[in-house]
Design a protein around this ligand. Structure first.
Ligand SMILES: [Zn+2]
Length: 269
């Protein structure tokens, strides 16, 4: 049984539910990552931007002690604000980075796969820029950000690597292989960008960092339709704790009802 330090001076992540620690939110887009313990091990869920590696390592050390290593790094999806420091941390901790199979093109810098799964911003700005770079420069850039040898995939129906007692819920839309992590015992939900607690879809919300339920940002979302269906899937889980990829996690007793209303579902059954 692993015994992290619960709060007190120098502990950088906050316990939002038994064995679930939130580091964040920080920065302009209010990034969060999560440390989750289960049995004798712990995992990191999402890995922030590339520059966030040292911050995450310090927080892990403050919880689990110097030299502690996770069983796995799990990703909700493979965007640069969630997988940015994954390679650096996986090498430091000598562990693998796990994701849904459909995220692999993003993780390995497969340009053709990225084109197939592009969101509006990718289609109008990112991909044309990458095409204009020419294939040699583009391949070199993609190789630098690739997770390469540390990337692993797992099927959502299978056991979550390093995290017994949790389920992987497919929540496609923002990306095709986006997943959320759910602990049925007490209905704690870690939802990545499928559902977040920061208003990212209004200009004022983003500029003023307004709290509130939101689906993924439309400009980086592959399929709005699938994203809406995924919000319904998550609302039906009736989570008691909603811990998204951006914003302050919701832990108050009204969370499930607020989410049902947000998803357009009828009141609690
Ligand atoms: Zn994000």
């Amino acid at each position: 049984m692993i015994r992290p330090r619960r709060g007190g001076a120098g502990v950088l992540a906050r316990e939002i539910s038994p064995d679930v620690y939130c580091l964040g939110p920080w920065g302009r887009v209010q990034t969060d990552v999560y440390f989750v313990c289960s049995g004798s091990s712990w995992v990191l869920i999402d890995a922030g931007w590339a520059k966030d590696g040292p911050r995450i390592e310090r927080a892990a050390e403050s919880l689990f002690g110097a030299g502690a290593r996770p069983a796995a790094i799990l990703l909700t999806h493979c965007h640069p604000d969630h997988a940015g420091a994954a390679l650096q941390l996986a090498r430091a901790w000598d562990c693998a980075v796990w994701m849904h199979p459909a995220e692999l093109p993003f993780a390995t810098g497969d340009f053709a796969g990225m084109r197939a799964y592009a969101g509006p911003l990718d289609r109008t700005v990112v991909l044309p820029l990458m095409r204009a770079m020419g294939s040699r420069r583009r391949e070199a850039m993609l190789a630098r950000s690739s997770l390469g040898e540390v990337a692993r995939t797992f099927e959502p129906g299978a056991e979550v690597p390093g995290l017994p007692g949790w389920e992987c819920i497919p929540t496609p839309g923002h990306t095709p292989g986006h997943v959320s992590y759910f602990r049925p015992r007490d209905r704690v939900l870690i939802s990545g960008d499928a559902l977040m607690t920061l208003k990212v879809n209004t200009v004022s919300g983003l500029l003023l960092q307004q709290p509130g339920l939101s689906g993924p940002p439309w400009y980086t979302t592959w399929s709005q339709r699938a994203a809406r269906a995924s919000i319904g899937t998550l609302a039906r889980l009736e989570p008691t704790v909603l811990a998204g990829g951006h914003g302050t996690p919701m832990t108050d007793p009204g969370t499930a009802a607020r989410l049902r209303a947000f998803a357009g579902l009828a009141g609690p059954v």
